[in-house]
Design a protein around this ligand. Structure first.
Ligand SMILES: Cc1cc2nc3c(=O)[nH]c(=O)nc-3n(C[C@H](O)[C@H](O)[C@H](O)COP(=O)(O)OP(=O)(O)OC[C@H]3O[C@@H](n4cnc5c(N)ncnc54)[C@H](O)[C@@H]3O)c2cc1C
Length: 300
C-alpha cells in the first residue's frame, strides 16, 4: 500500500523542525510497491529524497519541489543468528527485538534516533561501535528499479560513510545482520536500558540533529569537534534562531523558528574559524539539501 500526501511542511517530519513543503510525500508500506515509482522518478529526473526518521537531514526553507519517499516497511526475517530487517524499522525497536532473541551485539547503539535505512547509509555509531560492525550485506534499489545485493565489503563503510551516501539514486531496502554476542534476553534488554538512560543523562536538550560536524581524523587520530569548537568559545553563539548548545558545542539547536539559511550561516562561520586557527577542514555530518534534493556543501 502507498499513501500519498501533498504539500506537507517538511519541518513536521524532521528532528530539526526546518523545511518548507514537499510537493508529494509517498509513504510506502510494502517494499514491493517502491521499485516502479522509484525508477519512474529517476528516469524523469524528478527531485526525490528518501526519508527515515528525519534525525539527520535538513530540508530547504523552500521545501522539496518533488517527491519524498518514506519507507514504512519493517519486517524482520530470522535464521538463527542471522536476521534480515527492512529499511523502515526503527533501529531502537530492532535492538530490542535482537535482545529478546538473546543477542547483545547492538546494545551500544541504543538511543541513536533513526531507522535502519538512515543508520546504514550513514554507518551510525556510538560507544566505539558502528552499525556496519554487525552487517553481512545490504539490498538496495537502483535507478532502474532493480534490487541489488551487496556484501558488507562492497558497501564501502567508513566513519559515517558508505557507498549509499555517494549515490542518491540508491534506496536501501533491507539489511542482513550477523549477531554473535549471546546473553540471556532479560540481561540483554537491561544492558540496552542502562545505555539508553546513560545517553539521556548526557544528551543536550533542544531540537537538533545531533552533531553537525564529523570528528576530523588528523595524522590517524580522531579529534573531537565539540572540543575544538568549545576551545574557540563557540558555545552560545547564535545566528537567527540557531544557537550552539551550552552543553555540547557540536550540537546546534533550533530555538524556535530557525531556517536552513541560519543553520548554514552558523556552520560556515565556525567551519572557517576552525580552519583559520587549526588548519582543519570540518565536514558536515548532517545531510543538508536544496529544494531539488541535492546536497548543499559547506563553504571552504
Ligand atoms: C539527538 C541526536 C543524537 C544523535 N546521535 C548520533 C550518534 O550518537 N551517532 C550517530 O551516528 N548519529 C547520531 N545522530 C544522527 C542520526 O541519528 C543518525 O544519522 C541516523 O542514522 C539517521 O537515521 P534517520 O532514519 O533519521 O535518517 P534521516 O535523517 O531520515 O536521513 C538521513 C539521510 O539518510 C538518507 N536515507 C534515509 N533512509 C534511507 C534509505 N532507506 N535508503 C537510502 N538513503 C536513506 C536520507 O535521504 C538522508 O540523506 C543523532 C541525531 C540526533 C537528533
Amino acid at each position: 500500500m502507498i499513501e500519498v500526501f501533498k504539500n506537507v511542511p517538511l519541518a513536521t517530519k524532521t528532528f530539526y523542525g526546518i523545511g518548507g513543503p514537499a510537493d508529494e510525500i509517498f509513504e510506502i508500506h510494502d517494499a514491493s510497491d517502491l521499485p516502479t515509482l522509484w525508477a519512474e522518478s529517476c528516469e524523469n529526473s524528478i527531485p526525490k529524497i528518501v526519508l527515515g526518521r528525519g534525525s539527520n537531514i535538513v530540508f530547504s526553507d523552500k521545501g522539496l519541489l518533488g517527491r519524498v519517499f518514506i519507507p514504512k516497511f519493517k519486517k524482520t526475517l530470522w535464521r538463527e543468528n542471522v536476521v534480515t530487517v527492512e529499511a523502515g524499522k526503527t533501529f531502537q525497536d530492532f535492538i530490542e527485538e535482537t535482545n529478546k532473541k538473546g543477542f547483545s551485539d547492538l546494545c551500544e547503539l541504543s538511543g541513536i534516533p533513526g531507522n535502519i535505512g538512515g543508520f546504514v547509509r550513514g554507518n551510525a555509531g556510538a560507544n566505539d561501535k558502528e552499525v556496519s560492525d554487525s552487517i553481512l550485506g545490504v539490498e538496495y534499489l537502483n535507478e532502474k528499479g532493480y534490487i541489488h545485493k551487496l556484501t558488507k565489503e562492497a558497501c564501502k563503510f567508513g566513519y559515517r560513510e558508505s557507498l549509499f551516501k555517494k549515490n542518491p539514486d540508491f534506496c536501501i531496502i533491507r539489511t542482513t545482520f550477523e549477531l554473535k554476542e549471546k546473553l540471556a534476553p532479560q540481561t540483554a534488554l537491561d544492558k540496552t536500558k542502562r545505555l539508553l538512560s546513560l545517553r539521556w543523562e548526557k544528551s543536550s536538550p533542544g531540537k537538533s540533529s545531533g552533531c553537525v560536524f564529523k570528528n576530523p581524523i588528523v595524522n590517524g587520530k580522531t579529534i573531537s569537534t565539540g572540543k575544538l569548537l568549545d576551545e574557540l568559545g563557540a558555545k552560545g553563539d547564535q545566528i537567527g534562531d540557531i544557537k550552539i548548545s551550552e552543553f555540547h558545542a557540536n550540537f546546534f539547536i533550533n530555538k524556535g523558528k530557525a531556517t536552513q539559511k541560519d543553520l548554514l550561516s552558523l556552520m560556515n562561520k565556525w567551519k572557517k574559524r576552525v580552519f583559520k586557527i587549526y588548519q582543519i577542514e570540518l565536514e558536515s555530518e548532517i545531510f543538508i539539501c536544496n529544494e531539488f534534493g541535492q546536497k548543499i556543501n559547506l563553504e571552504s
